[in-house]
Write a protein that binds this ligand. Structure first.
Ligand code: C2E
Ligand code: MG
Ligand code: MG
Length: 529
């Protein structure tokens, strides 16, 4: 009886050891730690030992209590081994799970679940290697969302975050499965498109525009967005991850500046953007130190040649004594909210100067150019009222010049702010009329007092009959809407006579006076009083 009990315990022990040997063998092949191989060797050694003991038990006619105790110890030992292996396996699996979660987190973005910048870099490195051997092209497309900052500013970061998450999942659902989509950070996304050719990329950019345009329902806010992507192709535009990304970034920057649906990198861009980037980097300090200068260009009544007012035109003096014209830095400031600080500086400086001219008896008006981003904020009217008050000026002596494209960008908000300003008595002028949309609806909706016919129609008006016809009909349209019509860019006497005859109310241009600094303008006003 004792013999069979001892035999039974030892055989079960062997079965347990065999049971423990299997996972140990598996782990010892996957884990690098040598201890697992030692453990496996020990288990095999035990199994042999147990077998020997079974043979000993079988060979004796009767087993003793000592044999039974010995078998019990072997049985306990086998349970110990099974438990140790089981618990080690569970702990290993848990730590593997944690490690793979950590690895996932390190390569994915929390908010959208998309691959992050690090993952993108790894993916691109692999893609570059593969493409070098397979000789296949691929494309990298970068896009960042237009006006995302203003969504964050006006609706809050919570809405901004939800928008990013919804947008990411929409793109993921709809993009072809071979496209690798990553979030670079903020509102910037990257796409790596294999087998790319311009036809595929063009239709992709059209699709992306449509996906973004379809409104997102974020907490009851219906938001549709846009983005201007920049694209580079391997190997045409670069054969390394770093160069491809840098050039895609430049292409995207150009697309954004020109508000284009898609821009493909070309070598000319780099030099231009480098210069622009350097300029843009100097802008904040220039604003803080008020490095700008205002020039003033008069506007004259066509009938009696009296001065109506002056337009403030900004210049940025450079260390080499040159004056940087606004076309070279205002568009850079318009990319960010720096333009708001510039506009405020122009309003403050211009209105202070106007106050001085009024005090000196020149009861003229001031025209200030404003950008669309100035109308994104609700505090502009308050600021203007403050400045008018500080300089003891009536609201009617300020005219804000805005272009159609600036209004179209954020129509509802722009119309609201302009209506508010107009109610205060500030005049609104539509600048560069004829170059944008020339929309009749805008003429009707805007609280306009003035429309400025663009210089391009005036420049050769004496000889170009169609320009003459356009100017004539704009003057008729403006007059019948009760607006003052201004012709800008007048460069000779013939143009003055012709425009006066056509019924243009106000004239502006180098022939009347070039933009002048404060001193020169004060003298000019005195001389032409
Ligand atoms: P704009 O508002 O249409 O200003 C008229 C531009 O035409 C000015 O160029 C002026 O110097 C130029 N101009 C005036 N008369 C003549 C002429 O007879 N012949 C020629 N060829 N040109 C003439 P400027 O000062 O370089 O300004 C360019 C643009 O920059 C302005 O166009 C305006 O859109 C923008 N800008 C200027 N100052 C500011 C500012 O303070 N804020 C903002 N947001 N934009 C500004
Ligand atoms: Mg203007
Ligand atoms: Mg203009």
């Amino acid at each position: 009886m004792i013999k069979y009990m001892a035999l039974g315990l030892t055989i079960i022990g062997v079965i347990f050891l065999l049971y423990a040997a299997r996972p140990t063998l598996k782990i010892s092949t996957t884990e690098s730690h040598r201890g697992w191989q030692v453990l496996l060797a020990l288990i095999c050694f035990f199994i042999v030992g147990y077998m020997v003991y079974i043979a000993v038990l079988l060979s004796v006619p009767n087993a003793t209590v000592i044999n039974l105790i010995m078998a019990s110890i072997l049985f306990g030992g086998s349970i110990f081994v099974v438990l140790v292996i089981y618990l080690s396996r569970v702990t290993l699996e848990q730590s593997h799970q944690v490690a793979s979660q950590e690895q996932y987190n390190a390569l994915h973005d929390d908010l959208t679940g998309l691959p992050n910048r690090k993952y993108l870099l790894q993916h691109l490195d692999r893609q570059v290697d593969d493409a070098k051997t397979s000789q296949l092209s691929f494309a990298v497309m970068l896009l960042d969302l237009d006006e995302f900052k203003s969504i964050n500013d006006t609706l809050g970061h919570f809405v901004g975050d939800l928008l990013l998450a919804q947008l990411a999942s929409r793109l993921q659902d709809r993009l072809a499965p071979d496209i690798f989509l990553a979030r670079m950070g903020g509102d910037e996304f990257a796409l790596v498109v294999p087998d790319a050719d311009p036809v595929r990329i063009n239709s992709l950019s059209v699709n992306i525009r449509n996906y973004l345009r379809e409104p997102f329902d974020i907490d009851g806010h219906m938001i549709s967005i846009s983005a201007c992507p920049g694209v580079v192709y391997f190997p045409t535009h670069g054969d390394s991850t770093a160069i491809l990304l840098q050039r895609a970034d430049i292409a995207m920057y150009m697309a954004k500046r020109q508000k284009l649906l898609l821009v493909t990198y070309d070598t000319g861009m780099a030099a231009m953007t480098k210069k622009n980037l350097a300029l843009a980097a100097r802008l904040p300090a220039a604003i803080a130190q008020q490095e700008f200068e205002l020039f003033y260009q008069p506007l004259m009544h066509s009938d009696n040649q009296q001065i109506f007012g002056v337009e403030a035109l900004i210049r940025w003096p450079q260390p080499d004594q040159t004056l940087l014209p606004p076309d070279l830095f205002i568009p850079l400031a318009e990319q960010s909210y720096l333009i708001r600080d510039i506009t405020r500086w122009v309003l403050q400086t211009g209105l202070r100067q106007l106050g001085e001219w009024h005090a000196a008896g020149h009861k003229i008006t001031l025209q200030v150019n404003i950008s669309s981003r100035d109308l994104d904020e609700n505090t502009l009217s308050g600021f203007i009222v403050e400045q008018l008050h500080a300089n003891n000026l009536p609201a009617s002596c300020l005219t804000l010049e805005i272009t159609e494209s600036a209004i179209v960008r954020n129509r509802t908000q722009a119309l609201k702010i302009l209506a508010e300003l107009s109610e205060l008595g500030v005049c609104v002028s539509l600048d560069d009329f004829g170059t944008g949309y020339s929309s009749m609806t805008l003429l009707d909706e805007l609280p306009l007092k003035q429309v400025k016919i663009d210089r391009s129609f005036v420049v050769n008006i004496e000889s170009n009959h169609s320009h003459q016809a356009i100017v004539q009909s704009t003057i008729n349209l403006g007059s019948s809407l009760g607006l003052m019509v201004v012709a800008e860019g007048i460069e000779n006497r013939q143009q003055v006579t012709l425009l006066a005859a056509l019924g243009c109310d106000l004239l502006q241009g180098f022939f009347i006076a070039k933009p002048m600094d404060t001193g020169a303008c004060s003298r000019w006003l005195q001389d032409n009083k």
